[in-house]
Design a protein around this ligand. Structure first.
Ligand code: HEM
Ligand SMILES: CC(C)=CCC/C(C)=C/CC/C(C)=C/COP(=O)(O)OP(=O)(O)O
Length: 297
């Protein structure tokens, strides 16, 4: 039984940590530039949100590994993970997840502020309790409501800069919530049979590939105009963000339209692989807009 570096990294889901931290850091930067009266931030502030966000994401992912230790062995994609493969004991993963998750909130409270720490706690709670423990095995609303977890990271970043939450900050963070179904349902189409085997009610298991592809297109049809709302609210985002959001959202819409014509697991995989880059582009666009703000009106 090892508490090896590779195993620790694996239960922390590093690729998700990276994108989560990107949404938090870009939100923090944007808030510091766009919110009137927000203080100038130094590198320490960004270091703090990176540490708090990474620990929160890693800790909650480990708790997800712990809770899913009964179904992970039943799915090819997750069967070789540290607990099912015996490389880590469930209790070690649980202890790591609890300690790291608690440290992330405490660290955020003292190094950032109480509001940011609150959103970090909301992210952990919504991912571990609302999504993993309650909804994931209950019904197809699981990943829709679970998407709040991702928004919490962006809200933690925004409020780390301002010490509060405002309309623009809420709407920026809510982008992740609206993006999540398009992100995950594509993947779920690819690995539908594994979820069926593990009796996890992911959308394509319940309604099939063709209808799921229509739900994905429907969600992206909501995502594109939603992403542009941020440009049309008072004191909203400007030209830089609007152009990038329109082009990248339009490309993702085209991809998801094509998916309804070819609802195969192969094409679904391709549609899934563009979703993380899309979210990265959108949040980098938010930061670029804050840096080179040209109001739309
Ligand atoms: C309830 C919400 C979500 C669900 C159910 C979900 C589900 C998944 C799953 C099952 C994977 C594949 C993991 C693997 O096999 O390695 C994945 C990959 C990923 N997820 Fe999500 N995810 C959600 C939200 C998020 C959020 C909020 C973020 C970041 C802001 C995110 C970022 C990523 C990234 C970066 C990858 C790896 C993509 C790649 O390898 O190209 N996900 N997601
Ligand atoms: C602020 C903060 C900590 C926010 C947490 C946000 C966060 C880590 C969201 C990720 C959600 C996610 C990857 C779910 C996949 O779990 P799954 O069980 O469906 O995936 P799996 O089958 O690959 O384990």
């Amino acid at each position: 039984m090892r508490l090896g570096f590779n195993e620790i990294m694996e239960i922390s889901k590093p690729r998700i940590v990276v994108l989560l931290v990107i949404t938090a850091v870009t939100s923090m930067y944007a808030a510091s530039k766009l919110v009137p009266g927000a203080p100038e931030l130094d590198y320490w502030s960004y270091m703090h949100i990176i540490i708090a966000g990474a620990l929160a994401s890693a800790g909650s992912s480990a708790l997800n590994h712990y809770y899913d230790r009964d179904i992970d062995p039943k799915m090819e994609r997750t069967s070789k993970r540290p607990i099912p493969s015996g490389r880590m004991t469930a209790s070690h993963v649980l202890i790591y997840g609890l300690v790291v998750s608690c440290v992330s909130v405490i660290y955020g409270f003292f190094a950032l502020n109480a509001v940011s720490a609150f959103f970090i706690a909301v992210g952990i709670f919504s991912y571990v309790i609302i999504y993993t423990a309650w909804l994931k095995r209950l019904n197809t609303s699981n990943i829709v409501i679970g998407g709040i977890a991702g928004s919490a990271a962006a809200w933690a970043g925004w409020s780390a800069a301002t010490g509060s939450m405002d309309l623009l900050g809420f709407l920026v963070g809510f982008l992740v919530f609206v993006w999540t179904p398009s992100h995950f349902w594509c993947l779920a189409m690819k690995i539908k049979d594994e979820y069926a085997q593990a009796k996890v009610p992911m959308l394509p298991v319940v309604i099939g590939m063709q209808k799921t592809s229509k739900y994905i297109l429907g969600n992206t049809i909501i995502l594109l105009p939603y992403s542009l709302i941020l440009s049309f609210i008072p004191d909203g985002l400007g030209v830089v963000y609007t152009v990038i959001a329109a082009v990248s959202g339009g490309l993702m819409l085209a991809y998801h339209y094509k998916l309804t014509k070819t609802p195969t697991s192969e094409f679904a995989w391709k549609a899934y692989k563009v979703t993380a880059p899309y979210l990265t582009i959108i949040f980098v666009a938010v930061a670029l807009d804050a840096a080179f703000h040209i109001p739309l009106f």
